[in-house]
Design a protein around this ligand. Sequence first.
Ligand SMILES: C[S@@+](CC[C@H](N)C(=O)[O-])C[C@H]1O[C@@H](n2cnc3c(N)ncnc32)[C@H](O)[C@@H]1O
Length: 248
Amino acid sequence: MDHQAPTLITSRPLDEYCRLFGLTRSRLGAVGGPVLDCPGGAAGLAAEARQLGCEVIAADPVYALPPPVLAELARAGRRATEAAARTDPGRYLPADRRSPEKYLRSWDRARRIFTADRAAHPERYIAAALPRLPFADRTFALTLSSYLLFAYPEVFSAQAQLAALLELARVTRPGGEVRVYPLHDGTGRRCPHLPGLRAALGGHRIATEMREVPAARPGARPHRLLVLRTPAREARRPRAQSFAAASG
Ligand SMILES: C[S@@+](CC[C@H](N)C(=O)[O-])C[C@H]1O[C@@H](n2cnc3c(N)ncnc32)[C@H](O)[C@@H]1O
C-alpha cells in the first residue's frame, strides 16, 4: 500500500529541539516530571533525553504504521527537506548552517537513534493524533510541539489549532508549560489569527505568552514560541468552543 502523509515526517535531534524551544540539556535533565513530544515524528528527542534522566513520551499518528513504512516516510521527509534547503537555504536551514549535508547528517543520526529506541521501547511511542490524546489530565511537566499546528494551515484550520492547543494544555500539569514552534507556515507566513487563538485560550483560563528565544550562536536569529500555562487549581476538561465565538 502507498502511504501518503499529509505532513513531512522529520527527525530532528535533541540539540535542535533545545535550540528551537529555548532549552538546554541540563534544563531538560532537571524537568521535574515526564515530557510530551507531540508530534514526535522520527525525532531523536525521546531516546536522547532519557540519557539525561528526562522521561519523554512521543505521540504521533505515524506510530500506528509498520516500522519499515515509517522508516521510508522519514527518509522521504529528509529528501524533501534536502531539496527545499537547496532551493531556499535561507528558509530551510538554521541561519548559522549553510550546508544541507552537515545539517541533515544530524537528522540521519537522530533517525537511527529513534528507530533503535522505538524497537527497544515501543511503550515510549504512542500512536495518537491531535486533538485527542490518550493521556490523563495533567500528566506532563512540559509539552513540546514542533512543526505541526502552525506549519500546516492546510491541515489545521483555526478551529483545529484551538482544539489541539486545548488538548495539549489538558495533558500538561499546572505550573508546567506547552511550548509550540514555529508560528509560521512553510512559506514563512506567520499565523494571521494568533491573537484570536490567544484570546480563545484565555477564555479557557489558559495563559499565553509569546516568548523570545535568543539566538543560540553568532549568526543565528532570535525567534518566538507560543507558550501556554494552565491554571493552578480546578480540574478541567476544556472543550473547544467555536473559534469565532471564543475569539470574537
Ligand atoms: C514535520 S513533522 C515534526 C516532527 C518533530 N516534532 C520534529 O520537529 O522533527 C510533523 C509530524 O506531525 C505528525 N502529525 C500529523 N498530524 C498529526 C496530528 N493530528 N496529531 C499529532 N501529530 C500529527 C506527522 O505524522 C509528522 O510526524
